[in-house]
Design a protein around this ligand. Structure first.
Ligand SMILES: [Zn+2]
Length: 270
């Protein structure tokens, strides 16, 4: 899988595996009985939404950055990972070469390779995450045992933030909460070009081209819907690339409007 450029910077998707979610169960649209009827091309024959699982590699200056870290070695019939480190090695990189891991949020399908068997997988990397997600999943009263086990080993290599924060040259964290308490988008910019990595602000492009979708696992559905609407309003009809956490083949795209209609366009040659 080839990558895409942002100015002089290069981004490469790192495939770990895939996930399956029943589209009609996880994504509904207020006031629309069968919102998937018009989006049959986005689901498989069984009505499942097929989620790309993995992350993105960004090289900027002397920094080697991962945006999310896949699902790990899981294989439960619905989610399957395992290829993330091979994908990294295909780019000529070993885990020790990674200087930064930035998490859009701390759900299991974004942190799978953060640690394996209690060991930090990217031993030299600083791991960046919104403080509200760290509290929600690891240290707070609602912390989840699986997340505590997976993520606690990162404690000594952690950098939390609470608002808009520069991470590396050309890479900025921008909280966009709702899906989780600390969900964050990452803005990559160079030489007048820009891409925004939205994590699970949307699981399918349908959520960007039509208003009113809600995702079953959004922690705060109202805030998540607002964050999506704000994103669309900010970037529609701009040259900014939008890269999802689970969009097909990790292919980024742009939003174009014509009247009341918004469409998602990708560069097939990218
Ligand atoms: Zn996800």
């Amino acid at each position: 899988m080839t990558g895409f450029g942002i100015g002089s910077l290069r981004v490469t998707p790192l495939v770990d595996g895939f996930g399956l979610e029943c589209a009609r169960d996880v994504l509904t649209r207020a006031g629309v009985g069968d919102p998937w009827a018009e989006h049959a091309d986005q689901v498989d024959e069984g009505g499942d939404l097929r989620l790309a699982i993995g992350g993105y590699l960004l090289r900027t200056g002397d920094r080697v950055v991962l945006i999310d870290a896949g699902v790990g070695t899981i294989d439960n019939g619905r989610y399957r990972g395992g290829a993330f480190l091979e994908s990294l090695r295909r780019e000529g990189l070993e885990p020790e070469d990674v200087t930064d891991v930035v998490f859009t949020h701390l759900h299991f399908d974004h942190v799978g390779w953060a640690t394996q068997k209690g060991q930090v997988v990217f031993p030299r990397a600083t791991h960046h995450v919104h403080e509200a997600d760290w509290e929600r999943f690891v240290t707070g009263p609602e912390a989840e045992p699986g997340a505590v086990r997976k993520l606690s080993p990162l404690t000594d290599r952690l950098a939390t933030f609470g608002g808009d924060t520069p991470i590396a040259p050309g890479l900025d964290a921008r909280p966009a909460v709702g899906h989780t308490p600390g969900s964050t988008v990452y803005v990559v910019s160079d030489a007048g070009e820009k891409a925004v990595f939205i994590g699970d602000l949307a699981h399918s492009v349908v959520e960007l081209v039509e208003p009113g979708w809600s995702f079953h696992f959004d922690a705060d559905p109202v805030a998540a819907m607002q964050a999506r609407a704000d994103l669309v309003e900010e970037f529609v009809d701009t040259e900014v690339l939008i890269a999802g956490g689970h969009f097909p083949d990790f292919r980024p795209g742009r939003l174009r409007s014509a009247g009341d209609t918004i469409t998602w366009t990708t560069n097939e040659e990218d």
